[in-house]
Design a protein around this ligand. Structure first.
Ligand SMILES: C[S@@+](CC[C@H](N)C(=O)[O-])C[C@H]1O[C@@H](n2cnc3c(N)ncnc32)[C@H](O)[C@@H]1O
Length: 323
């Protein structure tokens, strides 16, 4: 997948006249800080840092959120949000994914405590064809102290919980659920720590009666036990500048993410299919799928070529699909 053409054009316009050398140094610094668990308030200090972040990280976070919103639409085709809250919005990657998935969205509110990221988000959005994105309301706030007061049909927390200590992460996802009238989408890095955040939300919000729409095929205890973790992947094309800034050779990257979608009652129908939890393993005469089932079990299932209808179906399936 590629980021939207308008977003690419907006990033290119922001790059005009900016020397790539210092930007690459910023990108390396930010990436090493994020790897060590340092949050955006230290990593992103000014507009150059924000641009380096937008070029190197936001295509991947856009791709992950886009993937998750596609799952939301598959599981709840009639869900058509009018209002959205992008909490910890950064440069607005999730907001762009929201307008792609739900082009009829009427209003978006972005909340973040990092002004350079908010400002770049505003600049990039001016190139969007979506009026909701161009006119997105912005709130500069620390979400652990002060939340937006208006609820929204769709609330997204994308790659935010990872930056917070457990008690603050918990109060934020609880508050985000309180602000949501339709669906709450959580997306975190596809690492054991990222999955830990997702499991914690699953336990607390699910335990409190929030309906889990995806990826889980059931509402019971998660069968994926450490050292294993539930995660998915989205392949995203790299732009030339992205390759330069990341000193990368490959023309794409695979973003690994964990996620959870909670919905209010009217948007919920129980899952009847199993979900594929890893890249299908294709051999000469068989395909092996790692599946999570509606009865709350998970296992490996091998489908042989001699079972023609199932084999043909399995061959078309990808990591993250329902089968
Ligand atoms: C890794 S970035 C992710 C940005 C964006 N959601 C994305 O997916 O690309 C994390 C964002 O969360 C914001 N953030 C973290 N803790 C916050 C808090 N307590 N209040 C407001 N924003 C916060 C940071 O400023 C940063 O913009």
């Amino acid at each position: 997948m590629q980021i939207p053409m308008e977003l690419r054009a907006a990033l290119n316009a922001s790059l005009e006249g900016i020397p790539r050398g210092p930007l690459t140094e910023r990108a390396e610094r930010i990436s090493s800080l994020y790897r060590n668990g340092t949050g955006s308030s230290v990593a992103i200090r000014d507009s150059t840092d924000a641009l380096a972040y937008a070029l190197t990280r936001s295509p991947a976070t856009y791709g992950a959120v886009h993937n998750v919103l596609t799952r939301l639409r598959e599981r709840s085709p009639s869900f058509s949000p009018q209002t959205a809250l992008d909490l910890g919005s950064g440069t607005g990657a999730a907001s762009w994914a929201i307008t792609e998935a739900f082009p009829h969205i009427a209003s978006i509110t972005q909340a973040d405590r990092n002004q350079p990221l908010l400002s770049l988000s505003r600049t990039l959005a001016q190139r969007a064809s979506s009026a909701a994105l161009r006119n997105a309301a912005q709130i500069n706030t620390d979400l652990n102290r002060d939340l937006p007061d208006k609820p929204a049909d769709l609330v997204v927390l994308s790659y935010v919980l990872a930056e917070l200590p457990p008690d603050q992460a918990q109060s934020l996802f609880v508050a985000a659920w309180g602000l949501c009238t339709g669906a709450l989408v959580l997306v975190e890095p596809g690492t054991p720590a990222g999955f830990g955040q997702i499991l914690s939300a699953r336990f607390i919000l699910g335990g409190g009666g929030a309906h889990i729409l995806a990826p889980c095929a059931h509402q019971r205890a998660c069968p994926i036990l450490a050292p294993d973790w539930c995660h998915f992947a989205q392949r995203i094309e790299r732009s030339r500048d992205h390759r330069i800034l990341k000193s990368a050779d490959l023309p794409y990257e695979d973003e690994k993410f964990s996620y959870l979608i909670f919905v209010r009652e009217p948007h919920f129908t129980p899952a009847t299919e199993s979900r594929i939890l890893a890249r299908p393993q294709k051999a000469r005469t068989s395909i092996t799928l790692k599946l999570c089932h509606p009865d709350s079990t998970a296992n490996l299932v091998t489908i042989f070529r001699r079972d023609k209808p199932s084999y043909i179906r399995a061959k078309k399936m990808e990591w993250g699909d329902e089968i």
